[in-house]
Design a protein around this ligand. Structure first.
Ligand SMILES: NC(=O)c1ccc[n+]([C@@H]2O[C@H](COP(=O)([O-])OP(=O)(O)OC[C@H]3O[C@@H](n4cnc5c(N)ncnc54)[C@H](O)[C@@H]3O)[C@@H](O)[C@H]2O)c1
Ligand SMILES: Nc1ncnc2c1ncn2[C@@H]1O[C@H](COP(=O)(O)OP(=O)(O)OP(=O)(O)O)[C@@H](O)[C@H]1O
Length: 538
């Protein structure tokens, strides 16, 4: 997204593009009643015999159509400007945080000289002032580029917990490094193209294997489990006991799971949980590692709990397919031992940020909460038997009009899910891109697309659509999209790090071989017909 692009679209935000300002008493109507009037006029036109048709009526109908088109363009412009504004706000916040960190770095250098991360480990943390610790960890982040440091006070108020409340809990820090063919790189290189002396060459491979190395020991794990499964329940109890007794970790589970564990034994009262959604929003600041026990759906569930940064997830397979669940539950102790020790290979799974923009919204503040998806957002015809009619734009360029059962906008992680069933390609999850896959298009030439990660897609239900469309997010939360409504979709800033059994590529290939039996065919036998020249050589 270039600044010039921003300038041009942001101007929509200053101009009053609101549909609702056009009042009926001023000779205008709002967009919805306008569509209705247009439909009414069309119906009237169809009912009226051609010879008796009033020319004024036709002119009036044409005028209405023109106004409807203009209104739609204005609504689309508004949606696009809102998306741009959100993106610039995000950048501004990032910049602000960076500046604050720089200031703190300067202050600490002045006050304490050069403090190293190692000193934090060895110092007496209880004596250290909290703000001083904050500064040191910020300093550490600045030094190492990509690492996760957060100093926490345990603000939990769960009276049933045995954890010493006065003890300060510190989120474990880790460092990510990129390596390719055994070669280690400390920083993620953003420049993938070099144009030295006028020659364009690829300087860095963009998709390298990512390795996570703990800089301090993980202290807190969150275990998320598939509901209503006896085997999952038994495994969860075993795992909780082992993590507490052998690894001395703090353990969080969902309220449902805590109740289940306590029914089994009151010994489990050290297990912590949360009371409301507000506490869920703070989980990422407390949890070092997330463990999922279930299938791919449980990984989707885990990702959906984190609206911002996501701690590394270790997914254990207790489902039927398991594309994103490479760890086997029988060996959970060895697996967790190795992950807690590190280093561990990571797949950074991209998510899509989806925003529904209602045509009926009276102003730009009236937007709905954005939704993050790890697999895909689907826009389909719901229970309607009519074709969906969806106008699709990519960064303001018209892409196409989907006429069929619907459209899937998928991440590369989701490429092996619904998108695959709709004819989309399978894509390595580390490839940054957005899959654009139609569902049962009523056109022979409509092939799926893969678009680059930096684009913003806008899917609009046009005013002439015969029925509303329905959006669903990772197969959940269905939302109706009425005529004039739009769905904006772009790559989200916070990816989902999942631990690998071997590495990103081996795990992906294993999952398509074992899960889908991809290209499984009996090998042709040696005996049988031969090419003539081969026969002569023999
Ligand atoms: N026709 C279809 O293939 C179809 C239809 C609806 C939903 N889905 C998928 O189901 C997902 C929701 O999963 P759920 O477990 O909550 O619902 P679910 O219980 O209905 O399971 C759907 C199936 O999709 C598999 N799956 C999920 N994510 C996957 C991925 N990234 N790669 C390969 N397979 C994957 C699951 O393992 C499961 O077998 C949606 O995001 C969508 O991708 C697929
Ligand atoms: N902790 C949870 N709380 C509520 N719902 C959950 C939770 N974990 C998983 N689910 C939901 O339960 C459903 C089934 O989960 P999951 O896909 O993990 O199991 P599965 O269907 O047995 O696995 P598979 O699809 O591989 O056969 C999914 O729709 C998922 O969203």
């Amino acid at each position: 997204m270039s600044p010039s692009n921003h300038d041009s679209t942001a101007s929509f935000g200053h101009g009053d593009t609101s549909v609702s300002c056009l009042k009926p008493e001023n000779g205008f109507v709002d967009s919805l009643s306008l569509v209705h009037s247009e439909k009414a006029v069309e119906e009237l036109l169809q009912q009226t015999p051609v010879e008796g048709m009033d020319e004024h009526l036709i002119e009036f109908s044409e005028a209405l159509r023109t106004v409807a088109k203009a209104l739609r363009r204005a609504a689309e412009g508004k949606a696009s400007a809102q998306a741009e504004a959100a993106e610039w706000k995000r950048r501004y916040e990032l910049e602000k945080t960076r500046n604050i960190q720089m200031e703190r770095k300067a202050q600490i250098a002045e006050q304490n000289g050069n403090i190293d991360c190692g000193k934090v480990k060895n110092s007496d943390k209880q004596l250290m002032q909290q703000n001083e610790l904050d500064k040191i960890f910020d300093e550490c982040c600045m030094k190492h580029g990509i690492c996760s440091h957060e100093v926490l006070r345990d603000r939990g108020s769960d009276s049933s917990s045995n954890v010493d409340r006065s003890k300060m809990m510190r989120k474990a820090s880790f460092k990510l490094s990129w390596w390719c063919k055994g070669e280690n790189g400390d920083q993620h290189k953003h420049d993938i193209v070099s144009f030295e002396k006028g020659n364009i060459t690829t300087a860095e491979r963009s998709s390298k294997q990512i390795s996570l190395k703990w800089e301090s020991d993980p202290q807190t794990v969150l275990i998320l489990t598939k509901p209503n499964s006896v085997s999952v329940r038994i495994l969860c109890a075993q795992m909780v006991r082992w993590l507490k007794e052998k690894k001395k970790l703090n353990i969080y589970v969902e309220p449902r799971v805590r109740a289940e564990l306590l029914t089994e034994s009151s010994d489990f009262n050290y297990v912590q949980t949360w009371k409301d959604d507000q506490e869920i929003l703070l989980l990422h600041t407390k949890v070092d590692l997330v463990i999922t026990l279930g299938g791919d759906g449980t990984v989707l569930w885990a990702a959906s709990m984190f609206k911002g940064p996501v701690p590394p997830i270790v997914p254990f397979s207790l489902g039927s397919l398991g594309f994103m669940t490479p760890f086997h539950s029988e060996h959970f102790k060895e697996c967790l031992d190795s992950v807690l020790r590190g280093p561990v290979s990571i797949t950074l799974r991209h998510r899509l940020l989806c925003r529904v923009i209602r045509d009926a919204a009276k102003n730009e503040y009236e937007t709905e909460e954005p939704i993050l998806v790890l697999n895909e957002v689907t826009i389909d015809r719901g229970i309607s038997s009519y074709l969906t009619n969806l106008e699709c734009y990519c960064d303001n360029s018209f892409v196409t009009c989907v006429q069929g059962d619907g459209l899937i906008l998928s991440t590369t992680s989701g490429s092996t899910a619904y998108s695959l069933a709709a004819g989309g390609s399978m894509v390595h999850p580390q490839v940054p891109g957005i899959l654009f896959t139609p569902i049962c298009p009523h056109s022979l030439s409509f092939r799926p697309l893969i678009l680059p990660e930096h684009v913003t897609l806008r899917i609009v239900v046009p005013f002439n659509s015969r029925s509303p469309a329905w959006a669903s997010f990772d197969g959940k939360d269905r939302k109706q999209l009425a005529a004039g409504d739009a769905l904006l979709c772009s790559m989200a800033p916070c990816p989902v790090p999942t631990a690998c059994q071997v590495d990103s590529t081996s795990d992906f290939l294993s999952s398509i071989h074992d899960g889908l039996h991809w290209n499984l065919r009996k090998t042709q036998s040696f005996d049988g017909p031969w090419e003539l020249q081969d026969m002569i050589q023999i």
